[in-house]
Design a protein around this ligand. Structure first.
Ligand code: URP
Ligand code: ZN
Ligand code: ZN
Length: 491
């Protein structure tokens, strides 16, 4: 008997990439797609994908896993539960955070997250660095080293007492990012606006979770976004605004892009499917819906849909920030926890794709190609994972998900694989579900069961993010005073 040419053949599927949909078979060898054509010979594993939509595995480029928050609260998901949950939701690569706290040494932080993930992850992963202490050693020694080692994006914060950088520090970090070829991800909210509103609310006894959204006003988001863009233009670097929630913020970003600024942006399920009013519940129940920036209103949801459609918002991530609804997580003081003391963040790593598939693709708001771009291809380009990840193409990793568009699922927390214990999407009925999930040709999920062992995910050292590689629009500022102030580029 001659050996099969392929380890895996997926046949008769309806394949969608970001640019087109077509029918073909897929042949996989050694974890890589080696053929896409009709009537391929059978593989050792032979899958009939008739009636299924065959899509690139999702890339979730914003999730908090096994991370200590700025307020000192440990996430409920470790790299096992977090990646298992991701895989059941159709995601095959995550980019989570290696988070520096102010006294931490950056090399030790990276080493410790790397060890945790290597022991537990079931799908592929990489890291962004959260930078909270940009001292001279960090800027001149540690940042260049981690960027060259494949952590090619940095998240920085404009708010939270223990995380925030001031504008001067942001410019210093941006200058290094520009020099070394890393992408800046910005948490853009005006710290003093939030602090001022929160102080006055608490003084007046307004402590319930619903006041979180009042404190994190939409102006705090749009002002900080505008400032982040101005700082990035001054430093002549691209910037990616994460977790965009409000209409004004979408408009600030769209306007800057129309001017030619290298501004990119992300939004998340909570800004399409939740509202501030969801947190208006008795007692502390509303804490289940609180994240920063907060979900806003129907008008902002519409603006986020429009931004995802017209490219203003290029990536759709979960911002999975998993905290249990108890003293270990959301509610450090139990029922007496004020909105200011709650852990910020909502879970979403498993439902990110089913929510968008159901409410976006199945309801005709976005095309299946747009779905693929927003959930996989754009992440791969934006964060230096392409061409290995993000498309069904010869030479790419065989990260492939078979979706059943006919399957309807009523969401409940017990069916999910995270360690959170609740979901803000409880009771929603979703149309379409990821049925079989392959990571580098390995079947990770089939028959609603995990098929792989912990620690079988691989670390992905990333290349240069595309905004830095190709600079699609000429920078507005380049040359204005770059030489005078010593801004450099490692092209
Ligand atoms: O509320 C949120 N989004 N918490 C997670 C941390 C962050 O800023 O992304
Ligand atoms: Zn953030
Ligand atoms: Zn986040």
């Amino acid at each position: 008997m001659t050996p099969a040419s392929f380890d895996l053949t997926i046949r008769n599927g309806r394949i969608s990439n970001a640019d087109r949909t077509f029918h073909a078979d897929i042949g996989v060898r050694d974890g890589v797609i080696v053929a896409i054509a009709p009537n391929l010979p059978p593989g050792t594993q032979d899958i009939d994908a008739s009636g299924r939509w065959v899509l690139p595995g999702g890339i979730d480029s914003h999730c908090h896993i096994e991370q200590l928050s700025g307020m000192g609260v440990m996430c409920a998901d470790d790299f096992y539960s977090g990646t298992v949950s991701a895989a059941f939701g159709g995601t095959t690569t995550i980019l989570s955070f290696a988070a520096q706290h102010r006294n931490d040494s950056i090399p030790e932080v990276v080493q410790s997250y790397s060890r945790l993930a290597a022991e537990k992850a079931v799908i592929d992963y990489g890291f962004h660095l959260i930078l909270t202490n940009p001292d001279e050693t960090a800027l001149r020694e540690h940042l260049p080293k981690v960027i060259r080692d494949g952590i090619t994006s940095l998240k920085v914060y404009m708010t939270y007492d223990k995380l925030k950088l001031d504008d001067y520090q942001l410019l210093e970090v941006m200058a290094v990012a520009g020099e070394e070829g890393a992408l800046i991800m910005m948490h853009a909210e005006n710290h003093d606006m939030i602090r001022w509103i929160a102080h006055r609310l608490l003084e007046r006894g307004h402590v319930a979770p619903k006041f979180h959204a009042v404190a994190h006003d939409k102006l705090a988001e749009s002002e900080a976004t505008n400032r982040a863009i101005a700082l990035a233009r001054l430093a002549d670097v691209p910037v990616l605004i994460v977790h965009v929630a409000g209409r004004e913020t979408v408009e600030v970003i769209r306007n800057a892009r129309q001017l030619g600024a290298a501004v990119y942006a992300e939004s998340c399920p909570q800004y399409l499917f939740l509202e501030a009013d969801d947190s208006d519940l008795p007692g502390v129940e509303g804490a289940k819906f609180c994240c920063s920036p907060p979900p806003r209103d129907v008008d902002s949801q519409e603006a986020v849909w429009d931004g995802l459609k017209d490219g203003t918002l290029g990536v759709y991530s979960s911002d999975h920030a998993p905290y249990r609804f108890d003293e270990t997580g959301k509610l450090p003081k139990g029922d007496a926890t004020t909105f200011k003391e709650m852990a910020n963040g909502v879970p979403g790593i498993e439902l990110r794709l089913p929510l968008l598939f159901s409410e976006g693709v199945m309801k005709g708001r976005i095309s299946i190609e747009e779905f693929v771009a927003l959930t996989a291809t754009n992440h791969a380009r934006m964060y230096g994972l392409a061409p290995r990840k993000g498309a069904i193409a010869v030479g790419a990793d065989a990260d492939i998900v078979l979706w059943d568009p006919e399957r309807s699922v009523c969401v409940n927390a017990a069916m999910l694989h995270d360690n959170v214990g609740y979901t803000p999407y409880e009771g929603r009925v979703l149309q379409g579900w990821p049925e079989q999930v392959f990571s580098r040709g390995r079947c990770v999920v089939r028959d609603n069961a995990l098929q792989v062992e912990r620690g079988t995910g691989q670390y992905i050292a990333r290349g240069r993010p595309d905004p830095l590689a190709s600079r699609p629009t000429p920078s507005l500022e380049r040359g204005r005073f770059s030489e005078l102030v010593g801004l450099q580029r490692r092209d």
